[in-house]
Design a protein. Structure first.
Lengths: 281, 332, 358
């Protein structure tokens, strides 16, 4: 076989394998979504989105407060996670210092591996105990801290890949350093950073353990950001581990709603930050 | 790697660059100072948070450290009633389940990323990319229950008997097929980490400048060779970052793992056997820990998990560095 | 997308965001008219408590109870830290835990639950067990379903030669406490080797997370044997074995036999209600039953909240007792209710009892 032919075969084979990999990755999603739809699809109706939970045995009831609660918690988490994550990532990608970035990167990798329950306990000690009550703020803090390493590392990797030529062009035009960073580098890296943020949001939207001791959960509408707040992941958890089929169905429906919510937020963020496509493609 | 000047990325390398980000000249602009301050403040806050977490863990685990010392790390007994605690089975379980998970997730994740970034038809890229991201949004309790009701029975009835018969001479595949156990935990972990690896890798690959690809193609490379030589090599450190992100998830995952791993604090060579991970035992027993020593022993396990994360991360970086990669992102 | 429509999309999203924040801030204002009482603790009574709190808003619309099931240990910890208004636990607090609390805590029993031995065998036979056989199985001494000891208790049933896959709880729980408490009472060997606790070192078997995890594990594993709360066995359509009680009779776990366990113990009830009901005396008493308690401070820190809380407790032990059976819990027997009344009357603010006796 000629080398050319061999290379052509390898090419075909590798393309095929890559496609298979993508398919295999999607397989569990299809299975899990199928499981959720099959088990919980029947519970999804308008009432689910507009009503509060009902005790077991009574028909109906929904997760309206949990849906809103999750959105609130994600928003609060972003207030903590986005600034620290993006600015930290910028720092790691741009700094010439030999030691501090190494330490920061190392700490970020460590934080990434800390189980979410430990972060929840940290937020509990920091916010709940002094305030003597559970609150959405504590929950937002816990989730925000979980977000940080994902946003930070993703931002770093993406910003690092922005070509120097863009930066040089900006400086050559007389822009101050910070403007070059914000208006050129960040904008170019925008799509990648948004993806990192979306992955982080997807992660925290499904977290239960850190919320048990911080946001706590609420059967009713929250009465303030310094009060307990309901969350979809918490509600899904509480229903899923109960003995009742009706609640199970609602749990699966809730999980479907959660995944759809993340999907919609992701879509919205992509649309909002669309614009100049990457300079490099 | 194809060296093309115009395409070089990053700010830290030998080419003389305009003044570096953090060396501002005298009489520098007010905007620069403020921005710098804000960035340093964020970094400082982050370091503070991390130090806070580590410090809290150390303080809380002091009683157990004093009582058990380093023997805790190699102790194999976990008896809350008699207050005899040892972490070795959990360390083993965490390492093995994460290893199995990564073993499956890394090739699949990077393969999928390559497909999405390079090979897929344009109309399919966004939808498939989106779907992969959604995998990260599924709550872990859902993965756990899906694991008990769908995955474990499937493993017990179809996969494990076949593996046992075909590869049963290896100690890895011996023992009765329970369905739940190390293999199930590894599979669930791989499903949970693959979206991180795939998504971030895809972004890294997409950010590789086109000039690299064009240069390779101009030299007569096939599609795959372009990907391998030009794109993957260029984005290598980014890919390592993506894998480490997934690894962190695998090491710290609690809920889904504890539902399918069998929760037996014993060390067994077989993948079919039940096991226990550090994150699982922490989550399982923390809220109900009755005595102070018990609680402290659990926090000690949390601290050890941190140590394991550090060691595994460092080992991964060392591995990549030793096969010729760079881990700080300097493009060579 | 063209420029103008991009702008329109961005405007729409901006509006949605503003609307969202407004609702996040404004809605609470509407909810603030009522008093919110927070409680945390055991997962076992969660379905019943959610029913109670829902019904109670009809009795007293000025208060809302928000109960979250974070586990008995979590409940004990939170009430000790005073981050919640009341706690709930499936297991009584230990002396150490009571000492650590800033003030005296009262245990108020609310309802009873039964822990049943459940299993997965072909044909779903109804089996009988005695305490020592169960202890031996969980100790790993009896490993096969066709063991002589099991056969001698179940002469009419054909038992297969399959190995027993023991399933227990991996997470610390009151259910486990009840189970091992019973085994400790019956088997000296269990008491010495394993002992009592919300988490123990299990000599054999797999750990499932939560009652649901154990039930799911058993359902999907032929030959499995484990323990779950009665409600989980019933709703998962798993069989529940009859167990030999202190009087020597084989008792089926039902709501009636569970209540009988508490009635049997009524004569020797300790004043603080921290009692174990396992292996209770009485012909019809099911031997693996227990109270679940609400934990409240004897001296309430806030008079208005304390009054609302005591009013609820009074309702719970009287009118509230008509709800448990539908949800597969066992109501309190009448003699015990009388004793609890005396306890509830002790809850006070600055020494003054808060309950308004009708």
């Amino acid at each position: 076989m000629t080398p050319l032919k061999r290379r052509a075969i390898v090419n075909r084979l590798m393309n095929f394998l890559a496609g298979t990999a993508a398919l295999l990755v999607l397989l569990p999603l299809v299975l899990v979504l199928g499981f959720l739809v099959y088990q919980g699809g029947s519970s999804l109706n308008l009432e689910f989105f507009t009503h509060m939970p009902k005790p077991v045995g009574e028909a109906g009831g929904g997760m309206a407060n949990a849906i809103v609660g999750t959105l609130i918690l994600i928003a609060l988490a972003c207030c903590v996670g986005l600034p620290i994550g993006i600015l930290g990532g910028l720092y790691l990608a741009e700094s010439r210092d030999p030691r501090l970035p190494w330490v920061v990167r190392f700490l970020a990798d460590v934080l990434n591996g800390v189980p979410s329950i430990v972060i929840g306990i940290f937020a509990y000690t920091l916010v709940v105990l002094p305030m003597r009550r559970f609150s959405a703020l504590a929950g937002g803090l816990a989730l925000g801290v979980i977000m940080i390493p994902i946003v930070l590392r993703t931002t770093e990797e993406i910003v690092r890949l922005v070509p120097a030529s863009l930066r040089e062009a900006g400086l050559a035009l007389g822009l101050p350093n910070w403007k070059v960073t914000v208006r050129i580098v960040l904008v170019t890296a925008r799509a990648g950073i948004v993806t990192g943020v979306m992955v982080a949001i997807a992660r925290i939207a499904g977290e239960t353990a850190p919320l048990l001791f911080t946001a706590f959960g609420n059967r009713f509408w929250h009465s303030g950001l310094d009060q307990p707040v309901a969350a979809l992941a918490l509600q899904v958890f509480a229903y899923a581990i109960s003995p009742f089929d009706d609640w199970h169905r609602q749990a699966w429906a809730g999980a479907l709603v959660l995944i759809s919510m993340v999907f919609l937020v992701s879509l919205a963020a992509r649309l909002a930050t669309r614009g100049i496509q990457r300079q490099t493609r | 790697m194809i060296e093309v000047d115009a395409g070089r990325g990053g700010a830290a390398h030998g080419v003389p660059l305009p003044r570096a980000f953090f060396l501002t000249p005298r009489g520098s602009l007010w905007g620069d100072r403020v921005f710098q301050g804000v960035v340093y403040a964020s970094v400082g806050l982050f370091v503070l948070v991390m130090v806070g977490i580590v410090w809290a863990l150390v303080v809380e685990s002091m009683p157990a450290m004093r009582r058990f010392g380093l023997a805790f790390v190699i102790g194999q007994e976990w008896d809350p009633v008699k207050e005899a605690f040892g972490a070795l089975p959990f360390i083993y379980g965490t390492l093995v389940s994460s290893l199995v998970g990564m073993f499956i997730a890394v090739p699949l994740g990077i393969g999928a990323a390559i497909y999405l970034a390079e090979l897929a038809p344009f109309w399919a890229r966004s939808p498939i990319g989106f779907l992969i991201e959604l995998l990260a949004a599924v709550p872990s309790v859902v993965y756990g229950l899906w694991g008990i009701f769908v995955l474990a029975p499937f493993l017990r009835n179809w996969i494990e008997p076949v593996l046992g018969r075909a590869l049963g001479f290896l100690p890895l595949f011996q023992g009765p097929p329970y369905g739940v156990g190390m293999l199930a935990a590894g599979l669930i972990l791989s499903i949970m980490t693959v979206p991180f690896i795939a998504t971030v890798s895809r972004e890294v690959l997409l950010a590789v400048p086109n000039t690299q690809r064009e240069a390779a193609l101009a030299l007569g490379a096939t599609r795959w060779e372009t990907t391998w030589m030009a794109v993957l090599r260029y984005g290598r450190s980014g890919l390592v970052g993506a894998v480490l992100l997934g690894l962190g998830r695998a090491l710290g995952e609690t809920m889904a793992v504890t539902m399918v791993i069998g929760n037996r604090p014993e060390i067994a060579l077989s993948l079919f056997a039940p096991g226990y991970t550090m994150a699982s035992v922490l989550a399982n027993e923390f809220t109900e820990a009755t005595s102070d020593v018990y609680l402290s022993a659990l926090v000690y396990i949390g601290l050890l998990l941190l140590a394991v994360t550090v060691i595994v991360n460092s080992a991964a970086r060392l591995l990549v560095w030793s096969v010729g990669g760079t881990v700080k992102g300097i493009r060579e | 997308m063209t420029r103008p429509s991009m702008l329109a999309v961005k405007r729409a999203m901006g509006l949605a965001l503003a609307g969202f924040w407004l609702s996040a801030v404004a809605l609470p204002a509407a909810a603030m008219a009522q008093t919110l009482m927070n409680g945390a603790g055991a997962t076992f009574p969660y379905p019943l408590y959610s029913k109670w709190f829902d019904e109670y808003t009809k009795v007293d619309p000025s208060v809302r109870f928000n109960y979250q099931s974070i586990g008995s240990g979590g409940g004990i910890r939170q009430i000790s830290e005073r981050t919640v208004d009341f706690g709930a636990s499936d297991g009584p607090m230990t002396d150490d835990q009571l000492k650590k609390a800033p003030a005296e805590l009262l245990h108020i029993p609310t309802v009873l639950g039964a822990v049943v031995a459940t299993y997965n065998l072909p044909g779903n036979p109804t089996l009988r067990f005695s305490g020592d056989v169960l202890a031996d199985i969980f100790l790993g001494k009896i490993t096969s379903w066709d063991d002589g000891k099991i056969k001698s208790l179940n002469s009419g049933v054909s038992l297969p030669k399959t190995p027993i896959v023991v399933v227990h709880r991996s997470d610390g729980s009151g259910t486990t406490y009840i189970w091992v408490d019973y085994l400790s009472k019956i088997s000296r060997e269990w008491e010495e080797k394993v002992g009592r606790g919300t988490s123990v070192k299990w000599p054999a078997g797999l750990g499932g997370k939560g009652n649901e995890g154990v039930a799911g594990q058993i359902k999907n594993t032929p030959g499995a044997l484990g323990y779950v709360e009665l409600a989980y066995a019933i709703t998962n359509k798993l069989p529940a074995a009859s167990v030999k009680n202190a009087a020597g009779k084989f008792i089926e776990p039902t709501i009636a036999t569970t209540t009988a366990a508490a009635a049997g113990a009524a004569n020797n009830m300790p004043a603080d209600f921290r009692v174990s009901l396992t292996n209770a005396p009485g012909d019809t008493a099911y031997p693996i039953a227990s109270f679940t308690w609400l934990l409240v401070y004897k001296e309430q820190p806030n008079e208005a909240k304390g009054r609302l809380l005591t009013k609820f407790l009074w309702w719970a032990i009287h009118d509230g007792q008509k709800y448990p059976s539908d949800l597969l819990y066992a109501p309190l027997p009448a003699p015990v209710v009388k004793q609890i009344e005396a306890k509830v009357k002790q809850i006070s603010f600055h020494g003054k009892p808060l309950v308004a006796v009708r």
